[in-house]
Ligand binder design. Structure first.
Ligand code: ZN
Ligand code: ZN
Ligand code: ZN
Length: 138
C-alpha cells in the first residue's frame, strides 16, 4: 500500500528551532496516510535528515568575584570555566578587567569580595544572574 500512496494528504510541519541544549527540526511535510516525510522541495527524506544541530550558547561576560570571572549562557545557564581577570590599568590606580569590566580598587578587594559573595547568594535566591551592570542595584 505504501508504494501506491500518492501523498495527497501532506501536512506542513513548521520548523522547530534548535536551542543550545536541544536539536531542532526543519520545516517539512508529512503524509498523514503513509507517514513518510518530505523536505521543503517535496523530496522524500527521513526525520534524522531534518534535524537541526544544537546552536552555540549565548554567553554574556560577567564577574563573580575579585579573583575570577566566567560566562553564563543567558538561555540555559551553562557556565564556562572560571578564569582569572585580565587586568589593565584604569584611572586612579584602579585596574579593570578587559573581558568582564570588573574594576579592582586598591584596598577594596576584601570588600569587593564580600559584596560579590553577598550578590551571588542574593542572585541564587532570586534566580537572577549577577552582571556588572547590576552592581548599582540594591
Ligand atoms: Zn503518503
Ligand atoms: Zn546555553
Ligand atoms: Zn574579568
Amino acid at each position: 500500500m505504501d508504494g501506491n500512496c500518492l501523498h495527497t494528504n501532506c501536512e506542513l510541519i513548521p520548523e522547530v528551532p534548535a536551542t543550545c541544549t536541544e536539536t531542532g527540526l526543519k520545516a517539512h511535510y508529512q503524509c498523514s496516510s503513509c507517514e513518510k516525510v518530505f523536505d521543503e522541495d517535496q523530496n522524500e527524506t527521513t526525520l534524522p535528515d531534518l534535524v537541526i544541530g544544537v546552536i552555540d550558547h549565548t554567553f554574556e561576560p560577567y564577574y563573580l568575584n575579585v579573583a575570577w570571572h566566567c560566562q553564563e549562557c543567558t538561555v540555559c545557564g551553562e557556565q564556562t570555566e572560571r578564569e582569572a581577570h585580565t587586568y589593565v590599568d584604569a584611572d586612579d590606580g584602579k585596574k579593570e578587567c578587559t573581558k568582564c569590566g570588573y574594576i579592582k580598587t586598591p584596598g577594596e578587594e576584601a570588600m569587593a569580595f564580600a559584596a560579590a559573595v553577598r550578590n551571588m547568594e542574593f542572585a541564587a535566591n532570586m534566580g537572577k544572574r549577577f552582571y556588572p551592570s547590576s552592581r548599582s542595584e540594591t
